[in-house]
Each structure stands twice: as structure tokens, then as C-alpha cells.
Write a protein that binds this ligand. Structure first.
Ligand SMILES: Nc1nc2c(c(=O)[nH]1)N[C@H]1C(S)=C(S)[C@@H](COP(=O)(O)OP(=O)(O)OC[C@H]3O[C@@H](n4cnc5c(=O)[nH]c(N)nc54)[C@H](O)[C@@H]3O)O[C@H]1N2
Ligand SMILES: Nc1nc2c(c(=O)[nH]1)N[C@H]1C(S)=C(S)[C@@H](COP(=O)(O)OP(=O)(O)OC[C@H]3O[C@@H](n4cnc5c(=O)[nH]c(N)nc54)[C@H](O)[C@@H]3O)O[C@H]1N2
Ligand SMILES: [Mo]
Length: 700
């Protein structure tokens, strides 16, 4: 029996009637990945039997990653949470009893009312991108917390430094359209393991490669992507700005510059030129730990594209901004395409994130008007460990008394986990976790509320790696007693006595509100995706969304804050080579089969990863008597982590790669890599510095 090609009209999850014949429902992949694929779910007798990439969506091209092609395994996992749970054992024991929704919601509302009566800011929401959906993300949740007057959350944990760097330089999260990378002559993949984390971009890069393009990867790790590029520049973590400044040095001294583009569409070149001239390839080479000739050769390749009028493209990704100077590094790299006028060509320029292209109506979804003039304090999600342990103070505001976690697993993913765990273990902290699985964070809850997955609810998606909006229809009815996040916040709102009509809106109405009239909702209903109307080469003739309309090499806005108006190299907090006690730098990029900490509990994917792994260069391994397969202790002043060593040329000398992000309870010694990372913040954007971390490794 072959499935019918297109989804039947569905009015909403509640009306799903199992059909005997297989049907295919069009949805959207919810995960925190630039690709946001269009999904086709085959449903037989009300059961999802297969999840495929939608061949009708060009960006997906019928192809899914390893993880999501196993989506039914995750959805019907024997350990899905299917009913509300209330803690019975001590905090963190992981012992719970089932309770009814009525009891759970009643007790939670009573506790929140009690805290709110004293100070609603003692209640803190904690969420990130477990789903990228706008509706199951912050739509109903935002309304709930705004109406309550709870603390606001600064959602910095992934991309804050890069976003601020782009914002200051280009004016927002804007860049090249990803499909045109297929026509580039030179592709620089900078701080990205695209094969693992951006597979659908890699398809375009492959097309370009087949047409003769040169691919260069800039990454401390010899990743799956680096080994398939023509060249790999294995710089030390946190030295990207030095490299970019040396490239500018070479562009300036060889006059590989598009003077017309610079004069018409940029701001501050004379000052930036002065700074770049201080960064000879030799100086940068010493900082970056790579040969000066490699830097010269990269500059020649980039300059050659300028002289030959061939498109050069940079795929910058967030891997390079998880260090102290991440914001400045992003600024420095983002200046390059304007210097050579690469933006003139649709296959030239730079792409880090495309999200600002989406005309999202966040106020319509999240309703900041419900704050009714209040301005609650903001808590930074990247310093959760410290903040959970803080007392009330004029500076901080009230001690955190309640934490409502959804779409995130902070005990595993937030830095300096020993403090995060200590905070969550506080007996006087009231914690509610909305989850699909009993994660490390759910273990620390007072109440766990079972949430639906993407196959079970409506949602609508913008993306950060292409320029199509996607709609997700539910394919199956909610499992067990699971409810969508929206429904849980609607229920809580009712129990709190919030009577505003906006708490009645259903999910399909929220989906319609996300883009308002800016995207044709009927097209989304019909085909599952809608491409934004955008120029092919958005900055061919300038028009950057900065205050000046130019690419701002010099940022007046930063200067007005007393910061450096020009990009510079800002060394790491924990500079490689600066400590005899902790002589190795550790980065912790994603393991390919996991999505942050999601999928770690899916058996087939976990077995592909084996055990938590630390890649270490043969020289560093030999100096410590470490062999592949041995269990080693990785440590610094913040903690200890046990992993299986892999002596490998994927690691460069002096840098170890602790692949992330394991669930602590599924790892080796009950901790994960974030036991070692710090709560320092980036130069711009107040983001975390996961890859700015010194350690020592010892054979166990
Ligand atoms: N399979 C899979 N896909 C994912 C994710 C995942 O966990 N697994 N995560 C998703 C998320 S949350 C995001 S934000 C996106 C982007 O995800 P990213 O976290 O940016 O993912 P990667 O593409 O692995 O890029 C990180 C790369 O940067 C390198 N790197 C580390 N430090 C430096 C440095 O100082 N300089 C340079 N140049 N490179 C450095 C790492 O070695 C790694 O190869 O991808 C998403 N896609
Ligand atoms: N050391 C180190 N740490 C890192 C990183 C790193 O590279 N190294 N990367 C960082 C980055 S880039 C990011 S983005 C963060 C990611 O951190 P998080 O956003 O916390 O991502 P996940 O670990 O994937 O956890 C998401 C959780 O949301 C749940 N979830 C999914 N959909 C829903 C839903 O509809 N409803 C509810 N209630 N729950 C849902 C999933 O089951 C999962 O447990 O981690 C950061 N931490
Ligand atoms: Mo991320």
C-alpha cells in the first residue's frame, strides 16, 4: 500500500480520527538546527510508522539526518513521560509518584500564588530551543509569565555573542541565502561541523565542490567536515579574530579591496585598516598556533576571488563564538565580505544566521502588554548555577524561589554544572519541569508535567539556516496524558485566575498570528512551507539593516557604550598555554548523533556514540601515558569528568575535544563535560564561554 501524497485536512489534534489507510502528514522538524526540515510522517491506524524528509521541500530535498529519521523511536520510546508526576523522595533522588493533572495543576498554582503574592520576580522561567516552534516555545508561556510578572529570562546560552556581533556589524541576523552556496567558487566553513550540524548546507557545498569550488575549514578540531575540505586550518580556540584581522592585513597590503563597495556601503574603513595593519600574518600565526603561510594562502584564495570576480562565501557558525571574544570575532569575520565586495554576487558574502529575515510578530504571540507597565528583572540563563545560589540583594533582586523549566535540560547543558546541581538541590526551591523524558533536570523537579512531541501538536517555525517558514500539523493524537506546552500554560493560567481572553486562544490561532499577513497561511496549510520574498543577493547594493544602512566596521553604538568601536582580538579568559597546572584547552562540540542533550536516551543513537569521548592528540596522550579506550579523568578547579580517551588526529596538540552533551546519569561518573566549563560571559551579548576552558587529563 503506498501512502497518499498529501496530508488530509486536519482541524486540530483533538479531531484526529485514526484512518485505516496510511496517510502522510506534513510537519516541521522542531530541533535546534539551522536546517529546519520539512517532515512527512506516515500514519497508519493512528500510529506514526515512519518519518521522512519531504521531497517536495527543496531545502530538505527528501533527506533527513540520522537522528530525526529515527523519530518514531524517540516518540514511542518506552520511557516517554505519560502522566504528571510528583516528587516523593529527596530532591534529586529521581523518585516520583503519578498524580492527576487536576492535583498537579492545583498544587503548582497554589505554590506560585503564594510566591507571587510576596514577589512574582522570585519565579523564573527557564527555556531554550528543545523545540524551535514559536507556539510551543514562548507563545502561551510568554503570556503566562508576563501576566504573572515573573522574572524575564535572557536566552543567551547558544548564540548571544554571535548575534550581537552580527547585529553591530550587519544590523541583524541576516546573510546569504543558503541555496546559492552551490554556486560559490570558494567556501570558507568557519567554526562549523556542517556534516554533523548543518547537513543540508553541506549538500550545497558538495554541489559547489563538484563544480570546482575550493572548500576551507577553520576549526581547532579535524571534524568530519574538516577532513572533507581541501584545506583545514586548525587554529587554537578563541583566536578567530586574530586570523580575520590578519586576512584584512593581507587584503589591504595587496589591495584586494573593492574600493567602490567600501566607500558606498561601509563605515570606518580607515580606522579598521589601521588596526588590521598591526596584524601581520606572523603576529596572528603566533596567536592562532598555525603557520603564517597558511594564513597568507587563505588570504590569497579570498583575494583571488576578488581579482577574478568570482564569488567567495563564508559559512560562519556558532562554534567560534563560545569564547570570551566571541562577539568581536564574529564582528571581525563579518567585515570580510564587504572589503572584497563579495556581497555583490548572490553566491558571495556570509551566512551565520538568517533569522532576522523572518517577519515574526513576537508581541502578538507573547503579549508583552500583559506586563502592564512592570519591568521585571532579567535573569541570564547562562549563569543559572550562580543565580540559583544567590541570596536576595538590591543588585540581584529576590532569591529565586521557583523555576519553571520547559524545552531545556539545564542540569546537562548549562555551564559549571556542579553549581547548577547544587542550586536545583535547594530544598526551598520549587521546580516544575515540562518534559518528554526524565532528563537530569526532570530528576531535580518537584513536579514533572508530560509534554507532547512535534508529532502530537501544532506549531509554526522560522529558521536560522534558510529562508522558508514551516508549519507543523499534528500527525497523531497526544500519547498517554501528554499535553502541549501551550495547553499546560493555558491550564495553569486558568488555575491562577487569569481571565484575559488571550489565554483561550487555541494553537492553530497562535500559528496564524506568528507571521500575521506577512506569510500566506494558506500556502503553509497547503504545502507545509512558504519561501520568504527576498532579493537573491540581499546586500549587493548595500542596504544593511544597521542604523547607517552600511556594513559597520566601526560601531558608533558600541563606542557610545564605552566599548571598542572596532573589532579586535580579545584573548580567552583561559588562554591556551597560560597555565602549567591546566595545560590543555578543552572544547566540547556536539557529538554527531545527539542534538545538544536531546537523543542521548535513544538507544540506537547512543550506541553509535558509544561512551562519552575525549579526543586527544597522540603527543598529549603519550606524555600522559594514555591509550585509546582507557578511561581518563579530565579536571580543573571546577570539577571532574570521566571519559573514554580516543587518541586521535581529530585533536590538535594542546587542545582536547570533549564531545557533548551527555546526560549525566547516562555517562561514566555521573557528570558530563559541563562539570568543567565556567560561567564567564562573552565580550558582547553576555553569552556562555563553553570553549574557553583549560583542563588537565590524567590516566585513571
Ligand atoms: N548533530 C547535531 N547538530 C546540531 C547540534 C548538535 O548538538 N548536534 N547543535 C545545534 C545547535 S544548538 C546549534 S547552535 C547549531 C550550531 O551548532 P554548533 O554548536 O556551532 O555546531 P558545530 O557545527 O558542531 O560547530 C562547532 C564547531 O566549532 C568548532 N570550534 C570550537 N571552538 C572553536 C573556535 O574557537 N574557533 C573555531 N573556528 N571553531 C571552533 C568545533 O570544533 C566544532 O567543529 O547546530 C545545531 N545542529
Ligand atoms: N559544553 C557545552 N555545553 C553546551 C553546548 C556546547 O557546545 N558545549 N551547546 C550549547 C548550545 S549551542 C545550546 S543551544 C544549549 C542547548 O540546550 P537545551 O536547549 O537545553 O537543549 P537540549 O539539551 O536539546 O534540551 C532540550 C529539552 O527540551 C525537551 N523538549 C523538546 N521539545 C519539547 C516540547 O515540545 N515541550 C517540552 N516541555 N519539552 C520539550 C527535550 O526533551 C530536551 O530534553 O546547550 C548549550 N550547552
Ligand atoms: Mo545552540
Amino acid at each position: 500500500m503506498s501512502p497518499t501524497p498529501i496530508s488530509p485536512p486536519l482541524a486540530g489534534a483533538a479531531t484526529l480520527t485514526p484512518s485505516i489507510l496510511p496517510v502522510q502528514v506534513i510537519g516541521a522538524c522542531p530541533h535546534d538546527c539551522p536546517d529546519t526540515c520539512s517532515l512527512l510522517t506516515t500514519v497508519e491506524n493512528g500510529v506514526a510508522t515512519r518519518v521522512q524528509g519531504n521531497p517536495g521541500h527543496p531545502q530538505t530535498g527528501g533527506v533527513l539526518c540520522n537522528k530525526v529519521s529515527r523519530y518514531t523511536e524517540r516518540t514511542y520510546h518506552a520511557e516517554r513521560l505519560l502522566q504528571p508526576l510528583r516528587r516523593t523522595g529527596p530532591k534529586g533522588s529521581g523518585r516520583f509518584e503519578p498524580v492527576s493533572w487536576h492535583t498537579a495543576l492545583g498544587e503548582i498554582a497554589a505554590r506560585l500564588k503564594d510566591i507571587a503574592a510576596r514577589n512574582p520576580e522570585a519565579i523564573v522561567p527557564y527555556s531554550y530551543c528543545g523545540t524551535m516552534g514559536q507556539v510551543q516555545g514562548e507563545a502561551m508561556a510568554g503570556r503566562f509569565f508576563n501576566r504573572l510578572g515573573a522574572s524575564l529570562l535572557d536566552r543567551t546560552i547558544c548564540a548571544a555573542a554571535g548575534a550581537e556581533g552580527l547585529n553591530q556589524t550587519l544590523g541583524g541576523k541576516v546573510g546569504m541565502r543558503v541555496e546559492f552556496f552551490a554556486e560559490s567558487r570558494l567556501i570558507i566553513i568557519w567554526g562549523s561541523n556542517s556534516i554533523g550540524s548543518n547537513l543540508h548546507f553541506w549538500r550545497y557545498a558538495q554541489l559547489a565542490k563538484r563544480n570546482g569550488a575550493k572548500l576551507i575549514c577553520i576549526d581547532p578540531r579535524r571534524s568530519e567536515t574538516a577532513e572533507k575540505c581541501h584545506e583545514h586550518i586548525a587554529l587554537l580556540p578563541g583566536t578567530d579574530a586574530a586570523l580575520a584581522l590578519a586576512l584584512m592585513h593581507e587584503l589591504a597590503t595587496h589591495d584586494w579591496l573593492d574600493h567602490d563597495y567600501i566607500s558606498r556601503h561601509t563605515l570606518g574603513w580607515p580606522a579598521l585598516r589601521e588596526r588590521a595593519l598591526q596584524w601581520s600574518p606572523e603576529r596572528a600565526a603566533a596567536v592562532c598556533g598555525v603557520p603564517a603561510e597558511q594564513i597568507r594562502s587563505l588570504a590569497r584564495d579570498y583575494g583571488q576571488c576578488f581579482t577574478d570576480r568570482q564569488p567567495a562565501a563564508i559559512r560562519l557558525n556558532y562554534g567560534m563564538q563560545r569564547v570570551r571574544g566571541g562577539g568581536n570575532a564574529t564582528r571581525a569575520v563579518a567585515c570580510l565580505p564587504a572589503l572584497t565586495g563579495a556581497w555583490r554576487h548572490r553566491a558571495g558574502g556570509l551566512l551565520m544566521s538568517s533569522s532576522s529575515f523572518f517577519p515574526l510578530d513576537k508581541p502578538a504571540l507573547q503579549r508583552p502588554d500583559l506586563l502592564a507597565g512592570r519591568t521585571p528583572r532579567t535573569v541570564n540563563m547562562s549563569t543559572l548555577g550562580n543565580d540559583l545560589l544567590r541570596e536576595s540583594s538590591p543588585d540581584f533582586g529576590p532569591r529565586i524561589e521557583a523555576l519553571i523549566v520547559y524545552n531545556s535540560n539545564p542540569v546537562a547543558v548549562a555551564p559549571e554544572s556542579s553549581k547548577v546541581v547544587r542550586g536545583f538541590a535547594r530544598d526551598d526551591l520549587f521546580t516544575v519541569v515540562l518534559e518528554q523524558f526524565q532528563t537530569d533536570t526532570a530528576d531535580m523537579a518537584d513536579f514533572i508535567l508530560p509534554a507532547t512531541t512535534q508529532l502530537e501538536h501544532w506549531d509554526i517555525h522560522a529558521t536560522y539556516g534558510h529562508t522558508d517558514a514551516l508549519l507543523n500539523r499534528p500527525a497523531i493524537a497526544p500519547l498517554g496524558q501528554c499535553r502541549p506546552n501551550t495547553q499546560i500554560f493555558r491550564n495553569l493560567a486558568a488555575r491562577m485566575g487569569f481571565t484575559e481572553p488571550c489565554f483561550q486562544e487555541d494553537d492553530e490561532t497562535l500559528c496564524r498570528a506568528a507571521f500575521g499577513d506577512a506569510v500566506d497561511f494558506q500556502i503553509l496549510l497547503d504545502q507545509g512551507f512558504a519561501t520568504l520574498a527576498l532579493a537573491e543577493a540581499p546586500f549587493a547594493d548595500g542596504g544593511f539593516p544597521t542604523p547607517s544602512g552600511h556594513c559597520e566596521f566601526f560601531s558608533e553604538r558600541l563606542a557610545a557604550q564605552g566599548l571598542d568601536g572596532l573589532p579586535d582580538h580579545v584573548p580567552n579568559y583561559e588562554t591556551p598555554g597560560s597555565s602549567a597546572e591546566f595545560p590543555l584547552a578543552m572544547i566540547s562540540p556536539p557529538a554527531r548523533s545527539f542534538m545538544n542533550s536531546t537523543f542521548v536516551n535513544v538507544k540506537t543513537l547512543r550506541s553509535m556514540e558509544g561512551e562519552p569521548t575525549l579526543e586527544i592528540h597522540p603527543l598529549d596522550a603519550a606524555a600522559r601515558g594514555i591509550a585509546t579506550g582507557s578511561i581518563v579523568r579530565v579536571y580543573n578547579h571546577r570539577g571532574d569528568y570521566q571519559v573514554k580517551a580516543e587518541v586521535s588526529l581529530r585533536a590538535r596538540p594542546g587542545v582536547v575535544n570533549g564531545l557533548g552533551i551527555w546526560w549525566r546519569k547516562l555517562g561514566l561518573g555521573g557528570t558530563n563535560v559541563n562539570q568543567l566549563t565556567s560561567q564567564h560571559l562573552t565580550d558582547l551579548g553576555r553569552g556562555p564561554v563553553f570553549y574557553d576552558c583549560l583542563v588537565e587529563v590524567q590516566a585513571a
